[in-house]
Design a protein around this ligand. Structure first.
Ligand SMILES: C[S@@+](CC[C@H](N)C(=O)[O-])C[C@H]1O[C@@H](n2cnc3c(N)ncnc32)[C@H](O)[C@@H]1O
Length: 241
């Protein structure tokens, strides 16, 4: 089993990240949807939707939303939010999405770069392109590799729900590795996250190969311009040609 199939499906992943910023996510979506000016009945796929924070809010804004994630635990949690215009499904982003062509696909909060091979990375672009209408939008909200390399904190301790998570980060080849060690009920656990530090140029190369044009690149959730040295994020807005 790959690390991302296991770790994201454990309760510990959700405990460690229980302070996810819903307000920041909503402000970002207000700005993003304001920029895109999608019609209210448009359909958006939230690819790797996790616990549904973006899907639920996009639906509140009036869009039809399909949230997809590999984690069965997350999707069964998300099902409580379903309505006629909001659906959730277990889906591996490397595979073709069974859908009518949609207006936009959002992949948010570093939900890319988990795979070993370039073929797998490309399969995400292929499946997004196949799911979109012509001129549909693809938003890939990824980390800024240069920035991440420059600010890496090798060690940290996080206390959550009486669990002490010991976190170590280091760069290994083209990946950033985050090792997570903790004890719960007398048992030791070890997990890790491994994200390929895909450069903006490489992202652009994949996008170009699958028929996308880069419309805009922002450097943070306030939609400030991207700067490779100082931006925390690399938020790419592509349009299918
Ligand atoms: C960093 S979380 C982001 C979740 C969500 N977008 C958010 O901002 O709250 C990454 C998500 O990607 C999902 N994921 C990992 N590998 C996946 C895959 N191959 N296909 C679909 N989802 C995947 C995980 O289960 C997890 O929910």
């Amino acid at each position: 089993m790959q690390w991302f199939e296991e770790w994201f499906d454990t309760p510990y992943y959700h405990i460690l990240y229980s302070n996810r910023d819903y307000q920041e996510a909503e402000n970002f979506l207000n700005l993003l949807t304001g920029f895109l000016k999608l019609e209210k009945n448009s359909t958006i796929i939230d690819l790797a939707c996790g616990k549904g924070r973006h899907s639920v809010y996009l639906n509140k804004l009036g869009y039809n939303v399909l949230g997809l994630d590999l984690s069965e635990q997350s999707i069964s949690y998300d099902k409580q939010f379903e309505n006629d215009a909001l659906k959730f499904r277990v889906h591996d982003m490397r595979n073709r999405i069974e859908t009518e062509p949609v207006d936009a696909v959002f992949n948010l909060f570093t939900s890319f770069g988990y795979f070993e091979t370039e073929e797998e990375d490309k399969s995400v672009f292929r499946s997004v392109s196949d799911a979109l209408k012509n001129e549909g939008y693809f938003v890939l909200d990824f980390l800024n590799a240069e920035y991440v390399k420059s600010v890496i904190t090798p060690k940290a301790t996080v206390e959550k729900e009486n669990i002490t998570f010991n976190i170590k980060k280091h760069i290994e080849g083209e990946y950033i590795l985050k090792e997570i060690d903790f004890e719960d009920q007398g048992k030791q656990f070890h997990f890790f996250e491994r994200v390929k530090l895909t450069s903006p140029e490489r992202i652009l190369k994949f996008a170009d190969e699958f028929g996308f044009e880069l419309i805009q690149r922002w450097g943070d959730y306030q939609l400030n311009d991207f700067d490779e040295k100082s931006s925390q994020r690399c938020i790419n807005l592509f349009r299918k040609r």
